[in-house]
Design a binder for this molecule. Structure first.
Ligand code: ZN
Length: 66
């Protein structure tokens, strides 16, 4: 299981998909599995950890189709 590689769930400001994110090494900034960079002070909607990821790029980053 690689799900914990991206423990955070986020809906980007104005977006519809739920992405999976992780911290950039050693910083408060986060990056999604599909490559969106999320600075610490950016406006995004963080969701519960068990929210289903709907972004295909993030699903791939987490270990394949679900
Ligand atoms: Zn994504």
């Amino acid at each position: 299981m690689t799900q914990t590689d991206h423990p955070y769930r986020v809906r980007l400001h104005g977006g519809r998909n739920v992405h999976a994110a992780r911290h950039v090494n050693g910083s408060a900034n986060r990056v999604t599995g599909c490559g969106y960079y999320l600075p610490e002070d950016s406006t995004n909607h963080w969701m519960d950890d068990d929210t289903a990821v709907t972004c295909r790029g993030c699903q791939r980053a987490m270990g394949g189709a679900r």
